[in-house]
Write a protein of this length. Structure first.
Length: 145
């Protein structure tokens, strides 16, 4: 279940991140300026986990596609030099966004790219006190953007 970081972007890059939904991109545009000065790099559409076993007779090309399609995808991964932050962008975030982040953490811990600490961050467009409280209880940073 290897973690696939993919292309490294400078925090100052202001293009449209690969495979980011229009709703998530609107949140990202509001949030990104807050991390530009501190992050060293950003990775988008990071592959994590995934089913390595492919059906018998699968060609190498199809096996690569199989693996990519079975991996979970992190919206944005921030590299701060001393640690990592997984960012989940979610319009009108609900408890499913919390579950997704916890799942990502579990998969990350199974195959981290290095031993630096990992933090989780949920970035959403509106404040939901119940979701904010749940995030705080689970040590997830909750940000409104």
């Amino acid at each position: 279940m290897p973690t696939t970081l993919g292309q490294k972007y400078l925090p100052t890059w202001d293009g449209v991140p690969p495979h980011m939904s229009p709703e998530d991109y609107e949140i990202w545009k509001r949030y990104r300026p807050t991390i530009i000065r501190d992050a060293q790099a950003i990775y988008y559409d990071v592959g994590i986990g995934g089913q390595i076993t492919v059906p018998p007779g699968t060609t190498p090309e199809m096996a690569a596609m199989w693996f990519r399609n079975t991996q979970k995808r992190i919206d944005a991964l921030l590299d701060y030099g001393i640690g990592w932050i997984i960012v989940e962008l979610r319009f009108n975030a609900s408890s499913s966004a919390i579950g997704r982040l916890l799942h990502y953490r579990d998969l990350w811990n199974a195959d981290p790219p290095d031993k630096r600490p990992l933090l989780l961050r949920l970035v959403t467009n509106r404040d939901d006190p119940e979701i904010r409280t749940l995030a705080q209880k689970l040590d997830i940073n909750y940000v409104i953007a």
